[in-house]
Design a protein around this ligand. Structure first.
Ligand SMILES: Nc1ncnc2c1ncn2[C@@H]1O[C@H](COP(=O)(O)OP(=O)(O)O)[C@@H](O)[C@H]1O
Ligand SMILES: [Mg+2]
Length: 314
């Protein structure tokens, strides 16, 4: 069987490793814990696992465990019986049953309240659930995938997350590193996002200028791929013509891009950027006292003058 991940973009070692794991774990029934910061693609990877399993023709049901009050979350996951609480007007099947034959994706699993952690452990171990207000356990047939942007191990150490549940969920962990640790994926993602947004926005961008890509590669992307996606969409809405150029980028982005050196693969250029940044920082620290800065940098005053000239430090 061949595996294609046409919608999961990336050529970094990190992403290739992730896809390798997905390929191995997908056909099994194993529970997988997907970790990584918000916007790194955890849900996309979960969907990839489902899509490459023999459950792919059945439901994939994502649930955000952090978004609902406890009783609602319990009822959503496990179901309830008529009259079991105010507002329970009829029997309601929970997602663990609705997803039969398929996959349930428990997003933000670190947020799940203690009492539901016990019920979840039982669901995983005994493959049984108990709807609210019922005394008859029901068998379930569902693959469980979970994700978190918290450090669950630390949550366990601080007694906020049950250790037994942690080990039950963490049979396999797939970690997706933040985008800033894999800038080589950014150009591919940009192309992918342009192609994705062109039809929705009724635009026809053919590409993006190299210098824009370099600025985008140098940004911290705290919101990871989701943030990159927003910036590309925003830029495409406002830009005209058939290529995205530097002047099309939102001003706020360009400024933050200048704060850090533009990303470059070239070692000499990278060193030059670093030298400039380092010397500027030292000069700032000593209130532009060049003699003092030269001492700290452990170079002669004349070398410092030469560097300031060469690197165009003002
Ligand atoms: N490697 C990737 N290739 C293509 N799109 C990606 C990739 N990673 C993330 N995305 C996109 O970024 C957005 C956020 O991804 P998502 O899976 O919701 O992140 P998370 O669940 O970690 O917050 C989605 O639109 C998703 O399709
Ligand atoms: Mg998510």
């Amino acid at each position: 069987m061949e595996f294609y991940f046409e919608n999961i973009i990336g050529k970094s070692k990190a992403i290739r490793d992730v896809l390798e794991m997905v390929k191995k774990v997908a056909p099994t029934m194993a529970t997988v814990l997907i970790t990584g910061d918000s916007g790194t693609g955890k849900e996309l990877i979960a969907l990839g696992i489902h899509a490459h399993s023999d459950r792919k023709d059945k439901l994939f049901l994502p649930v955000n465990c952090g978004a609902l009050p406890e009783t609602l979350l319990e009822s959503l996951l496990f179901g309830h019986m008529k009259g079991s609480f105010t507002g329970a007007f009829a029997n309601q099947e929970g997602l663990f049953e609705k997803a039969r034959g398929g996959t349930i994706f428990l997003d933000e699993i670190g947020e799940i309240p203690q009492h539901l952690q016990v019920k979840l452990l039982r669901a995983l171990e005994a493959k049984e659930i108990l709807p609210i207000g019922s005394t008859t356990p029901r068998h379930i047939d569902v693959r469980v995938l979970a994700a978190t942007n918290r450090n669950l191990k630390k949550e366990v150490e601080e007694s906020r997350f049950r250790e037994d549940l942690y080990y039950r969920l963490n049979i396999m962990e797939i970690h997706i590193p933040p985008l800033c640790e894999r800038p080589e994926d950014i150009p591919l993602l940009i192309d992918h996002l342009i192609k994705k947004h062109n039809p929705e926005l009724r635009k026809n961008f053919q590409g993006i200028d190299e210098e824009v890509v370099r600025v985008l590669m140098s940004l911290p992307w705290k919101g990871n791929v989701r943030e990159l996606d927003n910036v590309i969409e925003h830029t495409m809405i406002l830009a005209e013509g058939d290529r995205i150029t530097l002047k099309d980028l939102p001003a706020s982005i360009v400024t933050s891009g200048q704060a850090t050196p533009a990303f470059t693969y070239n070692l000499k250029d990278a060193l030059r950027h670093f030298e400039k940044q380092h010397i500027t920082r030292v000069l700032d620290q000593v209130g532009q006292d060049r003699r003092e800065a030269a001492k700290l940098l452990d170079i002669s005053l004349s070398s410092l003058y030469r560097k300031i000239e060469e690197l165009e430090i003002d």
